[in-house]
Design a protein around this ligand. Structure first.
Ligand code: SAJ
Length: 447
């Protein structure tokens, strides 16, 4: 039986697509996920949860070993879940890309960072696509999930995958589907977060949507891979620009001597037309500080300057300097200077209740304080040790840090910190996250 789209495109009766659709419908499809990180491993486990055979492919042998040993190294994925599927031989991991020959569906979840010159670094995507092209056969679905600029799927991936004469939409199927993993989110996981999908052709979309519907509650089809790529960038640019706005609000309220947290809380009572964001010490994570710059980079190649993106990035990137100036003011009020003062950084991960340090503003704050001659310590129950540039520190016991510090800076507002104790034992606290809201104290300075 031909799908309606296939019939419209005059497809022959027996063709790779029907074969693949049949395997998907009967859950015989062999899936593979390239990149076993905070996106790939949860995705692979979700695919296995649907009863589909899945192979995790990663260059990092230690990740492969840990998965095959039934253990998880991603906080949002339990070892019990990994072990269950490995024991049932539904999930395994390999470093050898030749496994792709056996696979019907390959999903790419590799990092897309910025290079040294702040330009997109798609080297890991290119490498994954090259490995797929080397092992490609008719009847495969290939999906890119890594966040990237609009056009990547069609302009960069498609030519490589058609190089040997296979045709997208006929012999293989190519789509983009942005990942929407929110690390540490207690409510939304892979299964119950709607998944946007855009195909290089309508048939590509149809095949990808059929596959994802096996393990995602709601699939959201869009008209092209570019549209799907742009959806993700809108989502994250929306956050970056609004965080930049609220950070600038904090700078303005500081000059107006108005409590920005009170203003935001009151504005948030508006039941429509407003969405609260919180000021902070800067923008961390591997997405929000980076993804919008993929979009502005692409638009620059089209002679357009994405001013909101650039301005928001500038304001967000400047917040660590603002924090350090506030530390300086706090110490000055005790006739101390930053130089030779002991500063305790409370919380170093890029957001609360996780252990991820990527792009964390805490690292910038630490570097800036060290440059001004401060003796910097930190306490973070999620991060036992940090090592970056010329800094190597271990998390100090909280009571000891509070006793020794001339100034405490709350950079990440982990839920499991005893903030009343911080107020009791600290000399002065700079609270960049309103973690001490509700604790009235002359020792606490808010951002
Ligand atoms: N931040 C603020 N103020 C805010 C919100 C966040 O300063 O009001 C800071 C956070 O502290 C953090 C950074 O921004 O340093 C990013 O925070 P985030 O909450 O956006 O968290 P991410 O980057 O882990 O995950 C985001 C997802 N988060 C949410 O939707 C809440 C989502 O945008 C994407 O699925 C994900 O990035 C991604 O992978 O793109």
């Amino acid at each position: 039986m031909l799908s309606e789209t296939a019939r419209a495109e005059g497809q022959t009766l027996i063709n790779p697509m029907n074969e693949l659709l049949k395997k998907i419908a009967e859950k015989r499809v062999q899936a593979g996920v390239i990149g076993m990180g905070y996106v790939g491993l949860p995705l692979a486990v979700e695919i296995a949860n649907a009863g589909i055979q899945v192979v995790g492919i990663d260059l990092d042998g230690s990740k492969v070993e840990r998965i095959n040993a039934g253990t998880s190294y991603i906080p949002d994925v339990t070892s019990e879940a990994v072990n269950k599927h490995v024991a049932a031989k539904r999930l395994r991991a390999v470093t050898d890309f030749r496994v792709i020959r056996e696979l019907d569906a390959i999903i790419i979840c590799v990092p897309t960072p910025l290079g040294k010159t702040k330009d997109p670094d798609l080297s890991m995507v290119v490498s994954a696509v090259d490995r797929i092209a080397e092992n490609q056969r008719p009847g495969q679905l290939i999906v890119l999930e890594s966040t990237t600029y609009p056009g990547t799927t069609e302009e960069l991936m498609l030519p490589k995958l058609e190089e040997k004469g296979l045709k997208a939409g006929r012999d293989f199927f190519l789509a983009f589907s942005p990942e929407r993993v929110d690390p540490g989110n207690p409510s939304f996981h892979i299964f119950n977060t709607p998944k946007v999908i855009g195909g290089v052709t309508p048939l590509c979309l149809e095949v990808a949507a059929k596959l994802y519907s096996n393990f995602i509650q709601k699939v959201v089809p869009v008209s092209s891979s570019q549209a799907a790529e742009m959806v993700k960038l809108l989502e994250n640019t929306f956050r970056s620009v609004n965080i930049g706005l609220v950070n600038e609000m904090a700078l303005m309220c500081d000059r107006l001597k108005v409590d920005v947290w009170e203003v935001i809380e009151a504005a948030a009572t508006k039941p429509f037309g407003f969405m609260p964001f919180q000021p902070g010490p800067g923008l961390g994570g591997h997405c929000i500080p980076i993804d919008p710059l993929y979009l502005s980079w692409k638009l620059k190649t089209l002679n357009y300057r994405a001013r909101f993106i650039e301005l928001a990035s500038e304001i967000n990137a400047d917040m660590p300097h603002y924090v350090v100036n506030k530390v300086n003011d706090a110490l000055n009020s005790f006739s101390k200077s930053v130089k030779n003062s002991k500063v305790l950084i409370l919380g170093v991960s890029y957001k609360k209740d996780i252990d991820d340090l990527r792009e964390s503003p805490a690292l910038d704050v630490i570097q800036l304080l060290k440059q001004r001659g401060a003796k910097v310590m930190y306490h973070d129950p999620y991060v036992p040790e940090i090592e970056f540039e010329h800094t190597h520190l271990r998390s100090m016991p909280l009571d000891q840090g509070l006793a020794e510090a001339d100034c405490v800076v709350i950079v990440t507002n982990h839920s499991n910190i005893d903030y009343p104790k911080v107020e009791r034992l600290a000399k002065v606290v700079l609270d960049t996250r309103n973690a001490m809201r509700g604790i009235k104290s002359s020792k606490v300075i808010k951002l």
